[in-house]
Design a protein around this ligand. Sequence first.
Ligand SMILES: Cc1cc2nc3c(=O)[nH]c(=O)nc-3n(C[C@H](O)[C@H](O)[C@H](O)COP(=O)(O)OP(=O)(O)OC[C@H]3O[C@@H](n4cnc5c(N)ncnc54)[C@H](O)[C@@H]3O)c2cc1C
Length: 287
Amino acid sequence: MKPPPFDYHCPETLDEALALLAEHGEAAKVLAGGQSLVPMLNLRAVHPEVLIDINRLPGLDHVRIEDGELRIGALARHRAVLESPAVREASPLMAAAYPYVSHGPIRNRGTLCGNLCHNDPASEMPAVALASDAEMMLQSASGARTVGAEEFFTGTLSTAAGADELLVEVRVPQAPAGQGAAFHEVSPRKGDFAYVAVGAVVSLSGGACSGARIVCAGVGDGPHRARAAEDALEGAAPGEGAFRQAAAAAADSIDPGEDFHADADYRRDLVRSLTRRALADAASRCH
Ligand SMILES: Cc1cc2nc3c(=O)[nH]c(=O)nc-3n(C[C@H](O)[C@H](O)[C@H](O)COP(=O)(O)OP(=O)(O)OC[C@H]3O[C@@H](n4cnc5c(N)ncnc54)[C@H](O)[C@@H]3O)c2cc1C
């Protein structure tokens, strides 16, 4: 199918882009990598009157560590993030999850910020952002604001970003030294969206778990943090028994939907086994 008709703007500066967003608001859509937006246009799932292509905006393709944070700009492509030594250094969880994000040609165009703004419930990076206390730097013609991941992801394909706002950068606090991370998923083919994905980070101190984050994708209308499972691990000796108990709590914490890929029981089983595996791997990577 072909997309519905739209006006196309390709601003050369951030100010110009923000002015266009202010002018057109709900009638406009930002075009970044186009790897989610273009299929949705072609399926006529969205009908923007105006597309604002941000690909010519300067200075937004960075992936760097600054002031203890990993900072990734709106035009950093998936491939640049996947291959970045800064990501491996600052966010072992993001580094572990990125190989699951889509296929080569899509990674060449798609952006991390576009992925976060799209917020597909089966997408890996919103879950990583939630586990990592990432902050979204939003900018509009009337000012800038910062929104934490907890508030940013508001539901299926929806976020707290206003129609006149651009996500200019995502900031991820650098992971504490010694923390271990792992990410696992089950999908129909490598690079496809997950049926279920689970990410875990674990910190150990004096032979006990001193902190854990467990997040899931594909189990509801956005990324899910399994807090009861995290609580179950607090102070526990890391090992098969504790990981199984936490995995059971994670499975109990979700209320997954059904679709033609997987029913709710299968998704719960996947959360249980992927959580156990992710925790064991994360703990083994603590140093
Ligand atoms: C075959 C296929 C397989 C895929 N597999 C996966 C997968 O396994 N996991 C996964 O997570 N993703 C997957 N994707 C999606 C891919 O990761 C997209 O690149 C990503 O979801 C969107 O990034 P984009 O830069 O292409 O954004 P676009 O498609 O350009 O935009 C997506 C949405 O975000 C908005 N937007 C984009 N950038 C900004 C910004 N800076 N500020 C405000 N709004 C913005 C747009 O207006 C639009 O609503 C797949 C895509 C395809 C086609």
